[in-house]
Design a protein around this ligand. Structure first.
Ligand SMILES: Cc1cc2nc3c(=O)[nH]c(=O)nc-3n(C[C@H](O)[C@H](O)[C@H](O)COP(=O)(O)OP(=O)(O)OC[C@H]3O[C@@H](n4cnc5c(N)ncnc54)[C@H](O)[C@@H]3O)c2cc1C
Length: 547
């Protein structure tokens, strides 16, 4: 069963290796775990539903309302663990087909009810959190629309119900020898509709593309009727309406069908790990590989602190010691950076790519480590999120930030974000452990993914206040220094206050007009993507930023 107050399935968990606990104790100090409330305690707090009229598709069950009240951001996590969930949806709808989605939209319009489209609820930016409102709120959980509807083998186009989660997308395609190749770290729980609505990016975007490249068309149910977007291999017929759906974050309607470009399953796939003596050499290597179009399927470089932290978190102390000794002899010492890469294709492609790659690795003084670490990465690629729970048990909280910027700005932006985070809690006498990797490389630049770890405060409130400062300071640095406010996590409610800096006044007006056009009464996910005009939106997020 899915965890109600954290990540993943209850039967899956992770232990924090002893060496990791010792390491964190040395870097940021030892900590105490805060007490969690139980599901029953939270259910007892759920108020009576305010639905103006019962509807056969909308459940008012209190447990469902708890399970749909929060996503997976750090403040969501703290709210669930403390039981301080201020707003619950008044009901949860589970449509099974397009007609039922239409019925829910009609009900919302007739009764002035707010709707929140919900895929897997894996948002880390407050997308699906209901806000305080005078109006009743219904979360529309798309999980029952989870089927492969059509596979056009000639055109490599697959049509899915929008609520299909990652594992079902791949299982249904693999049965016919195809893959979508979209593997976000939230793959286990996130859905194809959520990927489109929040412009998601998968770990192998270098080969398959981000969801923008994979998304070929589909159907959006709106208050005005159905917006059907046909599939074309390419078109110069004016602005591309797919762009309206990508990143729409539930503001324009409910996506019911998603058509995607699929590929034949590759013959072979290899992941391997290399070490480089420095960040400079590792990033130069990446840039050259991607700009010379050497066909890899993924590329990720951890900076020196992330490399060191990952080696500590891995456990296996003796093997790591041997590895570090070997690397040191080969010139990869304290500043060494770990690079993980994937090659996907047929046998010929793989061997040609490896030849090209080996030359570049040598040129930048990289060291290959054989196949073991690559295999381990592949096996554990969706395990990292379970670490949050293990860290929590030891009294630590962890969160991530991500952005994208041009190559010429990568080092400067990374340094500014990291130093801002490291220094934000100095006045509280608290240390923050910060590290970054680059991934999703493009000819023009890459995404920067920064992780920060700090100790719990003495209370939930204090822990949250620390997060608010960290998030706010880092977001300001990102938008003021040439980074996008989000490369893959979307805008939601947490990034909405920073979006205007990126889009400009005219850009914001266009977005706002689009929302007004599709949803004049602001019934669809208000407060997400852009701050709303109607009075019943009291906060930019459930949590106001405490500057
Ligand atoms: C541990 C973890 C790892 C993550 N890793 C990645 C990663 O590698 N790459 C990445 O891109 N993101 C990642 N994310 C963020 C998140 O998984 C993505 O944003 C994902 O695309 C959200 O999909 P979802 O189905 O869970 O959508 P939800 O969280 O349910 O919703 C997200 C937004 O989409 C809207 N929406 C959902 N379904 C529909 C629909 N059918 N119609 C209209 N609107 C809809 C919602 O209203 C909301 O605004 C991660 C999150 C976590 C917790």
């Amino acid at each position: 069963m899915r965890r109600w107050n954290g990540w993943g399935d209850e039967s899956n968990s992770m232990e924090l290796p002893k060496s990791a606990g010792q390491f964190l104790g040395e870097v940021i100090g030892t900590a105490d775990c805060l007490n969690d409330v139980s599901l029953e305690q939270v259910i007892n707090k759920v108020p009576t539903s305010r639905l103006p009229q019962e509807h056969k598709l909308i459940s008012q069950d209190k447990e469902q309302r708890v399970r749909h009240a929060k996503g997976q951001s750090l403040p969501d996590w703290l709210a669930m663990r403390s039981g301080d969930i201020k707003v619950f949806p008044d009901g949860v709808a589970f449509p099974e087909n397009v007609q039922q989605v239409k019925d829910i939209l009609a009900y919302a319009r007739k009764h002035n009810v707010v709707l929140i489209p919900y895929g897997g609820g894996t948002s880390v930016a407050g997308h699906i959190n209901p806000q305080q409102s005078e109006r009743a709120i219904v979360t529309v959980d798309m999980s029952r629309m989870d089927q492969l509807i059509d596979l056009d083998k000639s055109s490599h186009i697959a049509t899915f119900g929008a609520g299909t989660p990652g594992p079902m997308v791949e299982a249904q395609l693999r049965a016919s020898g195809y893959t979508l190749g979209h593997f976000p770290q939230s793959f286990e729980l996130s859905t194809i509709g959520g990927w489109v609505a929040s412009r998601s990016s998968g770990q192998q975007s270098l080969r398959y593309g981000r969801i923008e490249q994979l998304f070929a068309g589909g159907a959006l149910e709106t208050f005005d009727g159905t917006l059907d977007i046909p599939t074309f291999p390419a078109s110069s017929a004016g602005p591309d309406l797919r762009e309206l759906l990508l990143g729409s974050e539930g503001r324009f309607g409910i996506l019911t069908e998603i058509k995607v470009r699929v590929s034949k399953l590759p013959e072979k796939e290899n992941f391997s790990v290399f070490f480089f003596p420095s960040w400079q050499l590792a990033t130069e290597f990446c840039k050259e590989v991607v700009q010379n179009r050497i066909p890899l399927s993924m590329l990720r470089v951890s900076n020196a602190v992330e490399t060191q932290t990952q080696l500590k978190l891995a456990g296996h102390e003796n093997s790591i010691k041997w590895l570090e000794r070997y690397l040191s002899l080969r010139g990869c010492k304290a500043q060494k950076c770990m690079l993980t890469l994937g090659i996907t294709g047929n046998k010929l492609q793989l061997s040609a790519t490896k030849k090209q790659l080996n030359k570049q690795v040598t040129k930048y003084s990289g060291i290959a480590t054989g196949s073991l670490l690559g295999k381990r990465w592949q096996q554990n690629r969706y395990r990292f999120p379970y670490l949050r729970d293990a860290l929590w048990q030891e009294g630590y909280v962890v969160d991530t930030l991500e952005t994208a910027t041009d190559w010429s700005n990568v080092d400067t932006l990374m340094a500014k974000v990291e130093s801002t985070l490291s220094n934000t809690l100095v006045d509280k006498n608290e240390k923050v452990h910060v590290f970054t990797h680059l991934s999703h490389v493009y000819g023009q630049g890459c995404s920067l993914y920064t992780t920060y770890l700090y100790r719990n405060g003495k209370s939930y409130q204090e822990t949250l206040e620390h997060w608010q400062k960290l998030k706010h300071n880092a977001s300001e640095v990102i938008v003021n220094n040439g980074g996008t406010i989000s490369h893959q996590h979307g805008v939601g409610k947490d990034h909405a206050p920073y979006l205007a800096k990126e889009k400009g006044p005219l850009g914001m007006k266009v977005l706002s007009n689009l929302c007004q056009h599709f949803d004049p009464d602001e019934l669809l996910n208000p407060g997400t993507l852009i701050n709303d005009v109607l009075a019943d939106v009291k906060l930019a997020s459930d949590i106001s930023v405490n500057e």
